[in-house]
Write a protein that binds this ligand. Structure first.
Ligand SMILES: NC(=O)C1=CN([C@@H]2O[C@H](COP(=O)(O)OP(=O)(O)OC[C@H]3O[C@@H](n4cnc5c(N)ncnc54)[C@H](O)[C@@H]3O)[C@@H](O)[C@H]2O)C=CC1
Ligand SMILES: O=C([O-])CC(=O)C(=O)O
Length: 263
C-alpha cells in the first residue's frame, strides 16, 4: 500500500482528507497532515481517527517529510509549493499539486523536473478546476498549436486584487488580457488553472488568458481552447465552487494506483 501525506489543510486539503476517511482512496494510507494553522491539521486527523484510521499531525513541513510518504498532496499556496517541491522530490516523494502557479517560472519548473528525474519521484499536475490535459498535450505534440484560456468570475471573487473596483458590481468587463505567466503574477492564487493548462500545451508565455468579471456571477467558468491545422478542442468547465479541484486530486491518486489509467 502506498502512503500519502497532505500539506495544507484548508478547503481543498480537507476534502482530500475526508475522501480518505470515507474509504475513497483504498490503495493508500494517509499517514500525515500538516498545515500552518495546527487546528486545521488536527481537525483533518480527527476525521480520519473517527473512521478508525491513524494519521499523524506534523508540526512542521520537515516533520511531514520525515514520515517519508510516497506522495505529498500539496494544497497550500504557490509560495509553499515553491519551498517544498525540491526537498520532497529529492527524497523520492512525489507531489500531487494544486498550486501549480509555482510552475510558471521556467527555471523553477526545469529544476523541479530535473530533481524528480534524478530521484525517481514525479510531479502530478492535476486538472483541478479545468481539464482536458490529454487533448491539450496531444494537439500540441502534433505541431502548430495555438491555445487560449477564458475565465469568468463574479466581482466578489476579485476583491483584494489589483483589478477590483466597485464599478465591477454593476458592469461586466474584461479585467485581464495577457499571457498565463502575466496572469499568475497579477493573481498569484487565483489562476493556477491557467498555468496548469499552459504546461500541458504551449507554455505560460504563449497561452493567452482573458478574464471577465460579470455582476452577480457565482463560481467560475474555465474554458480552454486549442487549435492546430486539424484539431479544434474546447474544454469548458463551470464550477459553483473550487471543490472540483480537490476531487481532481482524489481522482488523480485513484488513477495512479489503478490497473487501468485514463490519460
Ligand atoms: N489547480 C486548481 O484548479 C486550483 C488550485 N487552487 C489552489 O489550491 C491551494 C489550496 O486552496 P484552498 O484549499 O482553497 O486554500 P485555503 O486557503 O482554504 O487552504 C490553504 C491551507 O494551506 C495552509 N498553508 C498555506 N501556506 C502554508 C505554508 N507555507 N505552510 C503550511 N500551511 C500553509 C493555510 O493555512 C490553509 O489552511 C491554493 O494555492 C489555491 O490557489 C485552488 C483552486 C483551484
Ligand atoms: O477558480 C478556481 O476554482 C480556480 C482557481 O482558483 C485557480 O486556478 O487557482
Amino acid at each position: 500500500m502506498k502512503t500519502i501525506a497532505i500539506a495544507g489543510c484548508g478547503k481543498l486539503g480537507t476534502i482530500v482528507a475526508r475522501a480518505a476517511a470515507r474509504g475513497l482512496l483504498p490503495d493508500y494510507k494517509l499517514i500525515g497532515v500538516y498545515s500552518r494553522t495546527p487546528e486545521k491539521a488536527r481537525a483533518a486527523a480527527d476525521e480520519l481517527a473517527a473512521a478508525g484510521k491513524d494519521c499523524r499531525v506534523a508540526g512542521t513541513f520537515d516533520e511531514l517529510l520525515a514520515l517519508r510518504p510516497d506522495f505529498i498532496v500539496e494544497a497550500a499556496s504557490p509560495k509553499a509549493l515553491r519551498q517544498w517541491a525540491l526537498p520532497a522530490l529529492s527524497q523520492g516523494t512525489s507531489l500531487v499539486c494544486l498550486s501549480i502557479g509555482a510552475f510558471a517560472d521556467d527555471a523553477f519548473y526545469d529544476e523541479a523536473r530535473r530533481t524528480a528525474e534524478a530521484h525517481g519521484s514525479r510531479i502530478y499536475i492535476v486538472s483541478g478546476a479545468t481539464g482536458g490535459f490529454d487533448v491539450l498535450q496531444t494537439a500540441t505534440l502534433m505541431g502548430g498549436a495555438e491555445a487560449e484560456f477564458f475565465n469568468e468570475k463574479g466581482p466578489d471573487a476579485l476583491r483584494g486584487t489589483p483589478v477590483y473596483d466597485d464599478s465591477l458590481q454593476t458592469e461586466a468587463r474584461t479585467v485581464f488580457s495577457g499571457t498565463a505567466a502575466e496572469a499568475i503574477r497579477l493573481f498569484p492564487t487565483k489562476v493556477n488553472v491557467t498555468v496548469a493548462a499552459a504546461r500541458a500545451s504551449v507554455g505560460p508565455a504563449n497561452l493567452h488568458v482573458a478574464m471577465r468579471s460579470t455582476p452577480g456571477f457565482k463560481g467560475d467558468t474555465q474554458r480552454v481552447e486549442i487549435r492546430n491545422s486539424q484539431v479544434h478542442a474546447v474544454v469548458d468547465v463551470y464550477s459553483a465552487t473550487a471543490e472540483i479541484a480537490a476531487w481532481s486530486v482524489v481522482s488523480t491518486l485513484r488513477n495512479i494506483a489503478s490497473p487501468v489509467v485514463f490519460v
